[in-house]
Design a protein around this ligand. Sequence first.
Ligand code: GMT
Length: 379
Amino acid sequence: MKIAISCHPTTGGSGVVATELALGLAERGHDVHVVSYERPFRLNSHDNIRFHKVNVQDYPLFKYPPHDLNLANKLAQIADEVKLDIIHAHYAVPHAVSAMLARDMLCGCTSSVKVVTTVHGTDITLVGSHHDFYRVCRYAMTRNDGTTAVSQWLSDRTQDEFDLDATPTVIPNFVDCEKFSPDRRAGYPDGGEFVMLHASNFRPVKRVQDVIRVFQLVQERLPSRLVMVGDGPERGMAEEMAGELGICDRVDFVGKQNDMAEVYRNGHLFLLLSDYESFGLSALEAMACGTPVIASRAGGLVEVIEDGRSGRLCKVGDHTAIANAAVEVLHSAETWQRYSRHASARAKDSFCKNLILPRYEAFYDKVISKTSVAGGVVV
Ligand code: GMT
Protein backbone atom coordinates (compact mmCIF):
# COMPACT_ATOMS: atom_id res chain seq x y z
CA MET A 1 0.00 0.00 0.00
CA LYS A 2 0.99 3.63 -0.39
CA ILE A 3 0.52 5.34 2.97
CA ALA A 4 1.19 8.88 4.18
CA ILE A 5 1.65 9.35 7.92
CA SER A 6 1.08 12.82 9.28
CA CYS A 7 2.22 13.46 12.87
CA HIS A 8 3.76 15.79 15.41
CA PRO A 9 7.54 15.35 15.14
CA THR A 10 8.21 16.08 18.81
CA THR A 11 9.09 13.62 21.59
CA GLY A 12 5.43 13.04 22.69
CA GLY A 13 3.90 9.59 22.51
CA SER A 14 1.76 10.17 19.41
CA GLY A 15 4.82 11.16 17.34
CA VAL A 16 6.70 8.11 18.60
CA VAL A 17 3.84 5.74 17.73
CA ALA A 18 3.45 7.33 14.27
CA THR A 19 7.19 7.05 13.59
CA GLU A 20 7.46 3.45 14.79
CA LEU A 21 4.40 2.62 12.67
CA ALA A 22 6.02 4.22 9.62
CA LEU A 23 9.22 2.21 10.18
CA GLY A 24 7.28 -1.01 10.78
CA LEU A 25 5.12 -0.58 7.66
CA ALA A 26 8.21 0.21 5.58
CA GLU A 27 9.89 -2.98 6.86
CA ARG A 28 6.78 -4.88 5.77
CA GLY A 29 7.19 -3.57 2.22
CA HIS A 30 4.73 -0.67 2.11
CA ASP A 31 5.60 2.61 0.45
CA VAL A 32 5.53 5.12 3.34
CA HIS A 33 5.52 8.93 3.25
CA VAL A 34 6.04 10.73 6.56
CA VAL A 35 4.77 14.30 6.55
CA SER A 36 5.55 16.89 9.20
CA TYR A 37 7.16 20.32 9.66
CA GLU A 38 10.31 18.59 11.01
CA ARG A 39 11.79 15.13 10.72
CA PRO A 40 10.46 13.10 13.68
CA PHE A 41 13.32 12.38 16.05
CA ARG A 42 13.06 8.58 15.89
CA LEU A 43 12.68 8.40 12.09
CA ASN A 44 15.70 6.48 10.78
CA SER A 45 16.17 6.25 7.05
CA HIS A 46 14.72 3.30 5.15
CA ASP A 47 14.45 2.59 1.41
CA ASN A 48 10.64 2.51 1.63
CA ILE A 49 10.28 5.78 3.57
CA ARG A 50 10.32 9.32 2.22
CA PHE A 51 10.14 12.28 4.57
CA HIS A 52 8.22 15.32 3.28
CA LYS A 53 8.75 18.59 5.10
CA VAL A 54 5.79 20.93 5.37
CA ASN A 55 6.98 24.46 4.66
CA VAL A 56 5.14 27.11 6.62
CA GLN A 57 4.86 30.45 4.82
CA ASP A 58 5.92 33.44 6.89
CA TYR A 59 4.00 36.06 4.86
CA PRO A 60 3.85 39.50 6.60
CA LEU A 61 0.04 39.54 6.59
CA PHE A 62 -0.11 36.29 8.57
CA LYS A 63 0.17 36.99 12.26
CA TYR A 64 -0.39 33.23 12.71
CA PRO A 65 1.04 31.33 9.71
CA PRO A 66 -1.60 28.81 8.51
CA HIS A 67 0.43 25.62 8.96
CA ASP A 68 -2.66 23.42 8.67
CA LEU A 69 -3.33 24.66 5.13
CA ASN A 70 0.29 24.10 4.11
CA LEU A 71 -0.02 20.58 5.49
CA ALA A 72 -3.26 19.97 3.55
CA ASN A 73 -1.61 21.28 0.39
CA LYS A 74 1.44 19.03 0.89
CA LEU A 75 -0.74 15.95 1.53
CA ALA A 76 -2.80 16.63 -1.60
CA GLN A 77 0.40 17.04 -3.63
CA ILE A 78 1.79 13.70 -2.40
CA ALA A 79 -1.55 11.91 -2.84
CA ASP A 80 -1.74 13.14 -6.40
CA GLU A 81 1.89 12.37 -7.26
CA VAL A 82 2.20 8.86 -5.85
CA LYS A 83 -1.50 7.87 -5.83
CA LEU A 84 -1.74 7.36 -2.08
CA ASP A 85 -4.19 4.78 -0.75
CA ILE A 86 -4.27 6.12 2.81
CA ILE A 87 -3.46 9.28 4.71
CA HIS A 88 -3.06 8.26 8.33
CA ALA A 89 -3.37 11.25 10.66
CA HIS A 90 -1.99 10.90 14.19
CA TYR A 91 -3.45 13.18 16.86
CA ALA A 92 -6.77 14.55 15.67
CA VAL A 93 -5.83 18.23 15.79
CA PRO A 94 -4.84 19.49 13.28
CA HIS A 95 -3.72 16.47 11.24
CA ALA A 96 -7.07 14.78 10.66
CA VAL A 97 -8.66 18.02 9.49
CA SER A 98 -5.80 18.84 7.10
CA ALA A 99 -5.93 15.27 5.75
CA MET A 100 -9.65 15.58 5.04
CA LEU A 101 -9.14 18.87 3.30
CA ALA A 102 -6.51 17.17 1.10
CA ARG A 103 -8.84 14.24 0.38
CA ASP A 104 -11.75 16.54 -0.45
CA MET A 105 -9.61 18.71 -2.74
CA LEU A 106 -8.75 15.64 -4.82
CA CYS A 107 -12.05 13.84 -4.51
CA GLY A 108 -13.54 12.57 -7.75
CA CYS A 109 -10.63 13.61 -9.93
CA THR A 110 -7.13 12.28 -9.55
CA SER A 111 -7.29 10.36 -6.30
CA SER A 112 -9.47 8.21 -4.10
CA VAL A 113 -7.29 8.50 -1.03
CA LYS A 114 -8.89 7.53 2.30
CA VAL A 115 -8.29 9.25 5.63
CA VAL A 116 -7.66 7.26 8.79
CA THR A 117 -7.26 9.01 12.14
CA THR A 118 -5.67 7.58 15.26
CA VAL A 119 -6.68 9.39 18.41
CA HIS A 120 -4.02 9.35 21.11
CA GLY A 121 -5.45 10.91 24.23
CA THR A 122 -5.00 14.58 24.97
CA ASP A 123 -6.14 15.35 21.39
CA ILE A 124 -9.57 14.22 22.61
CA THR A 125 -9.54 14.75 26.36
CA LEU A 126 -7.94 18.21 26.45
CA VAL A 127 -7.63 19.76 23.00
CA GLY A 128 -10.55 18.33 21.01
CA SER A 129 -13.07 18.63 23.83
CA HIS A 130 -12.20 22.31 24.37
CA HIS A 131 -14.96 24.50 22.92
CA ASP A 132 -12.39 26.28 20.71
CA PHE A 133 -11.75 22.99 18.89
CA TYR A 134 -14.82 20.87 19.59
CA ARG A 135 -16.70 21.31 16.33
CA VAL A 136 -13.67 20.97 14.09
CA CYS A 137 -12.62 17.84 15.97
CA ARG A 138 -16.12 16.35 15.80
CA TYR A 139 -16.16 17.08 12.06
CA ALA A 140 -12.93 15.10 11.71
CA MET A 141 -14.23 12.20 13.80
CA THR A 142 -17.51 11.93 11.91
CA ARG A 143 -16.41 12.55 8.33
CA ASN A 144 -13.12 10.73 8.00
CA ASP A 145 -12.98 7.22 6.61
CA GLY A 146 -11.97 5.41 9.78
CA THR A 147 -10.89 6.13 13.34
CA THR A 148 -8.73 4.06 15.66
CA ALA A 149 -8.03 4.65 19.34
CA VAL A 150 -5.02 3.43 21.31
CA SER A 151 -7.10 1.89 24.14
CA GLN A 152 -10.65 0.85 24.92
CA TRP A 153 -10.84 3.64 27.49
CA LEU A 154 -9.98 6.25 24.86
CA SER A 155 -12.31 4.69 22.32
CA ASP A 156 -15.22 4.96 24.80
CA ARG A 157 -14.25 8.52 25.77
CA THR A 158 -14.08 9.55 22.10
CA GLN A 159 -17.50 8.10 21.35
CA ASP A 160 -19.05 9.83 24.39
CA GLU A 161 -17.29 13.15 23.83
CA PHE A 162 -18.32 13.45 20.18
CA ASP A 163 -21.55 11.51 20.33
CA LEU A 164 -20.40 9.07 17.63
CA ASP A 165 -22.60 6.28 16.28
CA ALA A 166 -19.89 3.69 16.88
CA THR A 167 -16.79 3.41 19.01
CA PRO A 168 -13.48 3.86 17.21
CA THR A 169 -11.65 0.59 16.56
CA VAL A 170 -9.12 -0.17 19.29
CA ILE A 171 -5.59 -0.84 18.05
CA PRO A 172 -3.31 -0.59 21.06
CA ASN A 173 0.12 0.98 21.02
CA PHE A 174 3.04 -1.33 20.47
CA VAL A 175 6.73 -1.70 21.15
CA ASP A 176 9.68 -2.95 19.13
CA CYS A 177 10.60 -5.88 21.36
CA GLU A 178 14.02 -6.27 19.77
CA LYS A 179 15.03 -2.69 20.45
CA PHE A 180 13.29 -2.55 23.85
CA SER A 181 14.39 -5.85 25.38
CA PRO A 182 15.65 -6.92 28.81
CA ASP A 183 18.97 -8.13 27.37
CA ARG A 184 21.91 -6.60 29.25
CA ARG A 185 19.60 -4.88 31.73
CA ALA A 186 20.80 -3.82 35.20
CA GLY A 187 20.19 -6.54 37.77
CA TYR A 188 18.95 -6.30 41.35
CA PRO A 189 21.37 -3.98 43.15
CA ASP A 190 22.31 -6.18 46.12
CA GLY A 191 23.56 -3.66 48.65
CA GLY A 192 23.72 -0.88 46.04
CA GLU A 193 21.30 1.85 45.01
CA PHE A 194 17.94 1.41 43.27
CA VAL A 195 17.34 3.61 40.25
CA MET A 196 13.80 4.94 39.93
CA LEU A 197 12.76 6.52 36.66
CA HIS A 198 10.20 8.92 35.29
CA ALA A 199 10.02 10.06 31.65
CA SER A 200 7.51 12.50 30.21
CA ASN A 201 6.87 15.90 28.68
CA PHE A 202 6.38 17.37 32.20
CA ARG A 203 2.87 18.61 31.45
CA PRO A 204 0.45 19.11 34.40
CA VAL A 205 -1.38 15.85 33.54
CA LYS A 206 1.84 13.91 34.40
CA ARG A 207 1.79 15.05 38.08
CA VAL A 208 5.58 15.22 38.28
CA GLN A 209 5.25 16.72 41.76
CA ASP A 210 3.83 13.36 42.89
CA VAL A 211 6.87 11.58 41.44
CA ILE A 212 9.17 13.77 43.58
CA ARG A 213 7.06 13.33 46.73
CA VAL A 214 6.83 9.56 46.32
CA PHE A 215 10.57 9.32 45.74
CA GLN A 216 11.20 11.31 48.91
CA LEU A 217 9.26 8.66 50.88
CA VAL A 218 10.97 5.73 49.13
CA GLN A 219 14.53 7.01 49.60
CA GLU A 220 13.90 7.22 53.37
CA ARG A 221 13.42 3.43 53.31
CA LEU A 222 15.68 2.19 50.48
CA PRO A 223 18.98 3.52 49.11
CA SER A 224 17.86 5.02 45.81
CA ARG A 225 18.18 7.71 43.14
CA LEU A 226 15.55 9.21 40.87
CA VAL A 227 16.26 9.93 37.20
CA MET A 228 13.82 12.40 35.61
CA VAL A 229 13.92 12.17 31.80
CA GLY A 230 12.37 14.71 29.44
CA ASP A 231 11.47 18.35 29.52
CA GLY A 232 8.39 20.52 29.67
CA PRO A 233 6.47 23.21 31.52
CA GLU A 234 6.65 21.71 35.04
CA ARG A 235 10.32 20.73 35.06
CA GLY A 236 11.39 23.93 36.86
CA MET A 237 8.77 23.41 39.56
CA ALA A 238 9.88 19.78 40.03
CA GLU A 239 13.53 20.84 40.35
CA GLU A 240 12.60 23.46 42.96
CA MET A 241 10.55 20.92 44.85
CA ALA A 242 13.46 18.45 45.00
CA GLY A 243 15.57 21.28 46.46
CA GLU A 244 12.93 22.23 49.05
CA LEU A 245 12.56 18.60 50.15
CA GLY A 246 16.34 18.33 50.58
CA ILE A 247 16.75 15.51 48.03
CA CYS A 248 18.24 17.35 45.05
CA ASP A 249 21.53 15.42 45.37
CA ARG A 250 19.54 12.21 44.77
CA VAL A 251 17.43 13.45 41.83
CA ASP A 252 18.94 13.88 38.35
CA PHE A 253 17.07 15.87 35.71
CA VAL A 254 18.71 14.58 32.53
CA GLY A 255 16.49 16.16 29.84
CA LYS A 256 15.57 14.40 26.60
CA GLN A 257 17.46 11.18 25.85
CA ASN A 258 18.02 9.53 22.50
CA ASP A 259 18.53 5.96 23.67
CA MET A 260 15.48 5.35 25.86
CA ALA A 261 15.95 1.57 25.84
CA GLU A 262 19.29 2.05 27.58
CA VAL A 263 17.69 4.44 30.09
CA TYR A 264 14.93 1.92 30.94
CA ARG A 265 17.40 -0.96 31.21
CA ASN A 266 19.37 0.98 33.82
CA GLY A 267 16.31 1.59 35.99
CA HIS A 268 14.67 -0.70 38.56
CA LEU A 269 11.25 0.93 38.69
CA PHE A 270 9.37 3.28 36.37
CA LEU A 271 6.87 5.77 37.83
CA LEU A 272 3.95 7.10 35.77
CA LEU A 273 1.63 8.84 38.23
CA SER A 274 -0.48 10.87 35.78
CA ASP A 275 -4.04 12.02 36.33
CA TYR A 276 -4.74 9.55 33.51
CA GLU A 277 -3.07 8.17 30.40
CA SER A 278 -4.97 6.98 27.38
CA PHE A 279 -2.32 4.26 27.10
CA GLY A 280 1.08 5.10 28.65
CA LEU A 281 3.57 4.23 25.92
CA SER A 282 6.57 5.04 28.13
CA ALA A 283 5.30 2.49 30.68
CA LEU A 284 5.07 -0.15 27.95
CA GLU A 285 8.60 0.58 26.72
CA ALA A 286 9.93 0.36 30.28
CA MET A 287 8.12 -2.97 30.79
CA ALA A 288 9.55 -4.36 27.55
CA CYS A 289 13.02 -3.67 29.00
CA GLY A 290 12.12 -5.59 32.16
CA THR A 291 11.46 -2.53 34.32
CA PRO A 292 8.32 -2.91 36.47
CA VAL A 293 5.97 0.08 36.55
CA ILE A 294 4.09 1.85 39.31
CA ALA A 295 1.25 3.75 37.66
CA SER A 296 -2.06 5.44 38.32
CA ARG A 297 -5.16 3.28 38.27
CA ALA A 298 -6.58 5.58 35.60
CA GLY A 299 -7.51 5.66 31.93
CA GLY A 300 -5.92 3.07 29.64
CA LEU A 301 -3.07 2.26 32.04
CA VAL A 302 -5.20 -0.53 33.51
CA GLU A 303 -5.26 -2.16 30.05
CA VAL A 304 -1.45 -2.22 29.92
CA ILE A 305 -0.21 -3.02 33.43
CA GLU A 306 -1.52 -6.02 35.36
CA ASP A 307 -1.65 -4.99 39.01
CA GLY A 308 0.53 -7.30 41.13
CA ARG A 309 2.25 -8.93 38.14
CA SER A 310 3.96 -6.54 35.73
CA GLY A 311 3.71 -3.61 38.15
CA ARG A 312 1.36 -1.94 40.59
CA LEU A 313 -1.61 0.36 40.02
CA CYS A 314 -2.39 2.93 42.70
CA LYS A 315 -4.92 5.64 43.42
CA VAL A 316 -3.95 8.96 41.83
CA GLY A 317 -2.19 11.24 44.33
CA ASP A 318 -2.02 8.72 47.22
CA HIS A 319 1.69 9.22 47.97
CA THR A 320 1.85 6.81 50.89
CA ALA A 321 0.17 3.96 49.01
CA ILE A 322 2.35 4.56 45.95
CA ALA A 323 5.56 4.61 48.03
CA ASN A 324 4.47 1.40 49.81
CA ALA A 325 3.84 -0.26 46.45
CA ALA A 326 7.29 0.82 45.22
CA VAL A 327 9.00 -0.60 48.32
CA GLU A 328 7.00 -3.81 48.01
CA VAL A 329 8.24 -4.35 44.43
CA LEU A 330 11.84 -3.49 45.28
CA HIS A 331 12.23 -5.03 48.74
CA SER A 332 13.65 -8.43 47.71
CA ALA A 333 15.59 -9.70 44.73
CA GLU A 334 13.11 -12.50 44.21
CA THR A 335 10.04 -10.20 44.15
CA TRP A 336 11.67 -7.63 41.89
CA GLN A 337 12.92 -10.30 39.45
CA ARG A 338 9.44 -11.82 39.26
CA TYR A 339 7.90 -8.41 38.46
CA SER A 340 10.66 -7.72 35.94
CA ARG A 341 10.08 -11.04 34.14
CA HIS A 342 6.31 -10.54 34.03
CA ALA A 343 6.71 -6.96 32.78
CA SER A 344 8.81 -7.95 29.76
CA ALA A 345 6.60 -10.98 29.06
CA ARG A 346 3.46 -8.81 29.14
CA ALA A 347 4.98 -6.35 26.63
CA LYS A 348 6.18 -9.14 24.35
CA ASP A 349 3.05 -11.30 24.47
CA SER A 350 0.43 -8.56 24.14
CA PHE A 351 1.98 -5.42 22.61
CA CYS A 352 4.86 -6.52 20.41
CA LYS A 353 5.04 -4.64 17.11
CA ASN A 354 4.73 -7.89 15.10
CA LEU A 355 1.33 -8.53 16.68
CA ILE A 356 -0.09 -5.03 16.28
CA LEU A 357 1.10 -3.94 12.81
CA PRO A 358 -1.07 -6.51 10.99
CA ARG A 359 -4.08 -4.96 12.76
CA TYR A 360 -3.31 -1.61 11.14
CA GLU A 361 -2.89 -3.29 7.75
CA ALA A 362 -6.24 -5.05 8.16
CA PHE A 363 -7.86 -1.75 9.15
CA TYR A 364 -6.45 0.01 6.06
CA ASP A 365 -7.74 -2.84 3.86
CA LYS A 366 -11.18 -2.50 5.36
CA VAL A 367 -11.23 1.27 4.87
CA ILE A 368 -10.02 1.00 1.28
CA SER A 369 -12.56 -1.65 0.37
CA LYS A 370 -15.51 0.27 1.85
CA THR A 371 -17.12 3.34 0.47
CA SER A 372 -17.24 6.04 3.15
CA VAL A 373 -20.18 5.67 5.49
CA ALA A 374 -22.12 8.46 7.12
CA GLY A 375 -20.51 8.98 10.50
CA GLY A 376 -17.15 8.05 9.09
CA VAL A 377 -16.33 5.25 11.56
CA VAL A 378 -15.62 1.95 9.88
CA VAL A 379 -16.74 -0.85 12.17
O1 GMT B 1 0.62 13.28 26.92
C1 GMT B 1 1.60 12.84 26.34
O2 GMT B 1 2.47 12.18 26.87
C2 GMT B 1 1.74 13.11 24.89
C3 GMT B 1 0.64 12.48 24.15
C4 GMT B 1 0.89 12.57 22.69
O3 GMT B 1 -0.06 12.46 21.97
O4 GMT B 1 1.99 12.78 22.20
O5 GMT B 1 0.50 11.14 24.65
C5 GMT B 1 -0.71 10.50 24.45
O6 GMT B 1 -0.48 9.57 23.39
C6 GMT B 1 0.41 8.49 23.70
C7 GMT B 1 0.61 7.65 22.46
O7 GMT B 1 -0.58 7.06 22.04
C8 GMT B 1 -0.15 7.69 24.87
O8 GMT B 1 0.73 6.62 25.19
C9 GMT B 1 -0.28 8.62 26.09
O9 GMT B 1 -0.86 7.89 27.15
C10 GMT B 1 -1.17 9.80 25.74
N1 GMT B 1 -1.15 10.78 26.85
C11 GMT B 1 -2.24 10.99 27.63
O10 GMT B 1 -3.30 10.42 27.47
C12 GMT B 1 -2.05 11.95 28.75
